[in-house]
Each structure stands twice: as C-alpha cells, then as structure tokens.
Design a protein around this ligand. Structure first.
Ligand code: GDP
Ligand code: MG
Length: 176
C-alpha cells in the first residue's frame, strides 16, 4: 500500500501566536524561544494515525503575503488547516474568521478539515479568551477546539492527529 501524504497549513495572526513554535515542537521536539517571524517554511514528518503511516507536509506560514496569489496557492493545495490564535489575545482569535472564510472560498468546501487552536495555555494568568468563548466559535464552525502550549509541548501531537483523522475521513467521503 502506498504511503499517504497530506498537506497541512498552519495559519494565524502575524502577531506571534506561536505557529512556528508549535510546528517546531511537533516536527523536531524542540522548544525554540525566538523564531524569525518572517520565515515561511515547510517540514515533513512521518506519523502513525490509527495504525496507518502518513507523511505530513506542514507549511508554517508567516502571513506576510496577504491576499496574494501565493496565499491562494497554498490554501488550494492544503488539505487540512490549523487556525492558531493565542489565548492571551482576543484579536488573534477574531482574525481567524476571515482566514477561515478565505479557505472555504478557495477550497470551495465548507467542510474542509480544520482545527481551532488556542496556543500559550501555559500563560493562564494572561488569558484574554475564555475556553468557553473559543469553544463556542469552534462549534459555530463545526470544528474541534484544542488548547495547546508549544512551550510545554502540551496537546501538540493531539492537534495534528485530530487534523489527520479529519483529512482521512474527508478523503473517503469525497471519493465516494
Ligand atoms: P508565530 O509568529 O505565530 O510563528 O509565533 P512564534 O512561534 O514565533 O512565537 C511568538 C512568540 O510567542 C515567541 O516569543 C515564543 O517564544 C512565544 N510562544 C510561542 N508559543 C508559546 C507558548 O505556548 N507559550 C508561551 N508562553 N510562549 C509561546
Ligand atoms: Mg512564525
């Protein structure tokens, strides 16, 4: 059986919500305190989901190319999306609605695999977005919500695994 390869895009506010730190923790198991915010790169990782091996190609976006052909291109080729905000910033959550609209428009699929991710859960004392609020947003989207800490590597694998499962499910639905 051939190995499946899935394209995942990590999106979110430009203002340092932790996209690169999350990606680095997932792919390389390292905590990188400070990451060049302008770097946009992709990484490959082998993962086992429900007994099957999949290869993930993960694009960590920098979000500097707003509304260009570049963005359209990676939204088109992405099969699953992590929409990341920081629990310490309400505006970083608000910014995601527009990104989601764009993804759905470009993919022409209202049920595109997507996970809402509230990062920096270790900064509970600086929390500006309640769990209930974020959960309500995710429910409205029909997507799951996870809170992660890239710093503590909390819930990092779970987010990618959930997204993988959604991609596999959607693949099956679409090929029927
Ligand atoms: P990006 O612009 O979304 O890629 O954000 P980065 O991954 O570069 O992270 C931006 C800043 O947030 C950096 O200073 C990180 O050290 C910090 N950061 C990222 N994730 C976490 C986290 O889970 N907890 C804490 N406390 N800080 C984080
Ligand atoms: Mg980054």
């Amino acid at each position: 059986m051939s190995q499946r390869e899935y394209h995942i895009v990590v999106l979110g506010s430009v203002g340092g919500v932790g996209k690169s730190c999350l990606t680095a923790q997932f792919v390389q198991n390292v905590w990188i305190e400070s990451y060049d915010p302008t770097i946009e790169d992709s990484y490959r990782k082998l993962m086992e989901v429900d007994g099957r091996q999949v290869v993930l190609e993960i694009l960590d976006t920098a979000g500097t190319e707003q509304f260009t052909a570049m963005r359209e291109l990676y939204m088109k080729s992405g099969q699953g999306f992590l929409l990341v905000f920081s629990i310490t910033s309400m505006s970083s959550l608000h910014e995601l609605a527009e990104l989601r609209d764009q993804i759905i428009r470009i993919k022409d699929d209202p049920r595109v695999p997507l996970v809402l991710v509230g990062n920096k859960s270790d900064l509970e004392e600086d929390r500006a977005v309640s769990r209930a609020r974020a959960f309500a947003v995710s429910q409205g989207w029909g997507s799951p919500y996870y809170e992660t800490s890239a710093r503590r590597r909390a819930n990092v694998d779970e987010v990618f695994k959930d997204l993988c499962r959604q991609i596999i499910r959607r693949d099956v639905e679409l090929s029927r």
